[in-house]
Write a protein that binds this ligand. Structure first.
Ligand code: TRP
Length: 449
């Protein structure tokens, strides 16, 4: 047994804020709108919501169950229940996936940081899409500043992780989320009232199911996992800090609701404006950075809102990044017995280097491709569309088939203190054992054909 005293969350509100803080981030406000744009709009959203409800809720319970039961990092958790078995691949996936995700997430975090500074300059907010577009590419394709910003973003996140769970994560997560919500709401209202926004609303809500391909399905599944921080032990790790009395249903449900609300609202803020301004919806990662400044330009005190928005987006990105870093750091400290400081430094160096490659792949290294993808896209695709779905599949199989049914029940009822109807428990187990694994496998196999 480990003798290291484990840190934990101070209160119910703290857990919720930290888990929701992990879920809500660039995935909702940056990735979701551009995925909707590149994958055909409403049909993608429909699939996304379907996966969130059908698959992500049970996977989230499953991760919480594993984490709280074992009180360990993702790798150690699996080791406690199934030592020396193939299940340990879940632990391996979790560490590899966090590093992969951070290697592009931190770059986008850096872009956000840069956009805070840009928002101060009066000429930044303009109604000229092509000026904004060249402004973004001019910055993101250069070799120096984006790398500096990536390292700065990573350093901020790493410093918070050094401080530990209670003093770090919880304290910094608490205040700004509601403010962010209102800012995005404001953007959505402005966007929806622009001339020509109607086309965007149609794009968001009138599904054309003929556009759905195997790749679209996988993209929707990957986005759902990405946005909810699932499939790579993040929630296992946070679950291990959750107090035994906490109701896992409530935390899961509220996290899913908050995260999905943010994503849809971000879609409403970005997509109608994209159509109103005549921007191409399918242009990828730059979409939000080109569209939002243009909406701010249409608001009174636009600069003030822009500075505030990018600042809070940065905080949202940081609270997600720390949950990713925490997976690696918890592994290094608990399995490899590093001190927390050393673990953070090592993690910083690995992601610092890989992230530099993905930043440079936007410009000077754009010709270097592996499987036809540059570094940035490769890290993104590998993690979201391969590692997270496979990790999620293994997690549900693990809880459904490897853990003791009584232990699962004990966790779901928080040691018998939360009432759970027998039929509901049977239903959840059926989803975890059969429905979720089959559905994920179908999506994965389908995308290969
Ligand atoms: N969900 C976060 C976001 O939407 C990113 C994130 C944090 C994440 N932890 C994760 C993604 C774990 C996948 C797995 O920005």
């Amino acid at each position: 047994m480990s003798t290291i005293k484990r840190d934990g969350f101070g209160s119910r509100f703290g857990v919720l804020v930290a888990v929701a803080g992990s879920a809500v981030g660039l995935g909702n406000l940056w990735r979701f709108p551009y995925m909707v744009g590149t994958n055909g709009g409403a049909a993608f959203i429909f699939l996304y919501l379907f996966f969130v409800i059908l698959l992500c809720m049970p996977i989230m319970f499953s991760e919480f169950i594993i984490g709280r039961r074992t009180q360990s990092n993702a790798f150690g958790a699996i080791k406690k229940i199934a030592p020396k078995s193939g299940w340990l691949s879940i632990g391996v996936i979790s560490v590899v996936a966090s590093i992969c995700i951070m290697s592009f997430y931190s770059v986008v975090g850096g872009w956000t940081l840069e956009y805070i500074f840009k928002s101060f300059s009066p000429s930044f907010l303009t109604s000229d899409s092509s000026a904004l577009s060249s402004q973004f590419s001019g910055f993101s394709q250069s070799s120096f500043m984006p790398v500096v910003m990536h390292l700065l973003f990573l350093a901020i996140s790493a410093l918070i992780v050094v401080a530990g769970v209670k003093n770090g994560i919880e304290k910094y997560s608490k205040i700004l989320m509601p403010v962010l919500f209102f800012l995005v709401l404001l953007l959505a209202i402005r966007s929806l009232t622009l001339d020509g926004a109607g086309e965007g609303v149609k794009f968001l809500f009138h599904p054309d199911f003929s556009k759905i391909t195997g790749e679209t399905m996988l993209a929707a599944l990957g986005q759902a996992f990405f946005s909810l921080s699932l499939g790579m032990g993040c929630i296992i790790t946070y679950g291990s800090y959750v107090n035994k009395k906490e109701n896992l249903f409530k935390i899961s449900f509220m996290t899913v609701a908050a995260d999905t609300g943010f994503a849809i609202l971000a879609g409403l803020a970005v997509v109608p404006a994209v159509f109103a301004f005549g921007i191409a919806p399918g242009q990828g990662p730059s979409l939000v950075f080109i569209t939002l400044p243009q909406i701010f330009a249409q608001l009174p005190f636009g600069s003030v809102f822009a500075v505030g928005f990018f600042f809070i987006l940065l905080i949202a990105a940081v609270t997600s990044a720390i949950s990713l870093l925490e997976v690696v750091v918890a592994y290094f400290t608990e399995e490899l017995k590093m001190t927390r400081k050393v673990a953070v430094v090592v993690t910083f160096m690995i992601i610092g280097v890989l992230g530099t490659f993905s930043s440079l792949s936007q410009g000077s290294l754009s010709d270097v491709t592996i499987f036809g993808k540059n570094f940035f896209d490769l890290f993104d695709y590998t993690s979201s569309n391969i590692l997270l779905p496979v990790g999620g599949l293994l997690v549900v199989l693990f809880v459904g088939w490897r853990m003791k049914r009584a232990d699962v029940l004990d966790e779901l009822t928080s040691g018998g203190t939360v009432a759970l109807r027998k039929s509901l428990f049977t239903g959840i187990m059926l989803v975890i054992k059969f429905l979720a694994p089959i559905a994920i496998s179908i999506v994965l196999i389908n995308s290969l054909i």
